[in-house]
Design a protein around this ligand. Structure first.
Ligand SMILES: [Zn+2]
Length: 184
C-alpha cells in the first residue's frame, strides 16, 4: 500500500482551519502560551492542533451545525414553517427592527412618520399589533435559536439589572452573555 501523501490531508486541514481565527502565541510574560485557534462559530478556544482539537471540535460544534443545517431545520419542522409568515414579510421585518432597536411602539404613529409610510406605500403595524401578536410571533421564532446557542456554549454569564419605570413600577431584567454577545 503506498504511503499516504500529505497533499490530501493538508487540504482537509485548510478546510478545517477556515472555521477558526488564529490567536498568536504569547512569547513572554506570565501568560506565556502557544498559538491558539478560536472557533469562528462558537468562540471556543484550543491549542493549535488540527488533528487533536480543531477537527474534532468542528465535527461537534453545535453553533456551526446549526448554521449549516438551518435550512434543513426550517424545512423539516412543519410547526415553525406553518406558524410563522416568511421572514421577508415587511411587517415582520419592521417588527424585528422595532424590537432590536428598543424603539417605543408608538414612535411611528406621529403625523410625520405616517406621512412617510403613506409616501412609500407601507402600512406599519400599530402599537397593539407590536405589543401583541407580532411580539409573541417574534419571541416564538427566536426562542429556539437562542436556546440552541445557549446549549452549545461552554459557559454563560448571567447579567441582572433592576430599575423603576416612569410609573414607579419596579422592573427587573435578566439577560445572559455568551462570548460577550448579549441575549435578552
Ligand atoms: Zn465552535
Amino acid at each position: 500500500m503506498p504511503p499516504r501523501t500529505n497533499a490530501s490531508s493538508s487540504t482537509a486541514d485548510r478546510d478545517i482551519k477556515r472555521h477558526f481565527d488564529k490567536i498568536p502565541a504569547v512569547l513572554s510574560g506570565p501568560h506565556k502560551a502557544g498559538p491558539r485557534m478560536k472557533c469562528k462559530w462558537c468562540g471556543d478556544e484550543a491549542s493549535e492542533n488540527v488533528t487533536l482539537y480543531q477537527r474534532p471540535h468542528i465535527l461537534r460544534c453545535a453553533v456551526y451545525k446549526l448554521e449549516k443545517e438551518k435550512k434543513v431545520i426550517v424545512n423539516n419542522q412543519p410547526s415553525i414553517r406553518n406558524a410563522f409568515k416568511p421572514l421577508d414579510d415587511p411587517k415582520d421585518l419592521f417588527a424585528m427592527a422595532v424590537y432590536t432597536s428598543t424603539a417605543n411602539f408608538s414612535l411611528f404613529e406621529t403625523p410625520e412618520w405616517k406621512a412617510f409610510f403613506t409616501k412609500i406605500g407601507f402600512k406599519p403595524p400599530n402599537r397593539n399589533q407590536l405589543a401583541g401578536p407580532l411580539l409573541i410571533q417574534t419571541y416564538e421564532k427566536l426562542k429556539p435559536q437562542v436556546l440552541e446557542i445557549a446549549t452549545a456554549a461552554n459557559h454563560i454569564q448571567i447579567v441582572s439589572d433592576a430599575l423603576n419605570t416612569i410609573n414607579k413600577k419596579k422592573v427587573e431584567n435578566v439577560s445572559f452573555l455568551i462570548n460577550n454577545i448579549s441575549y435578552y
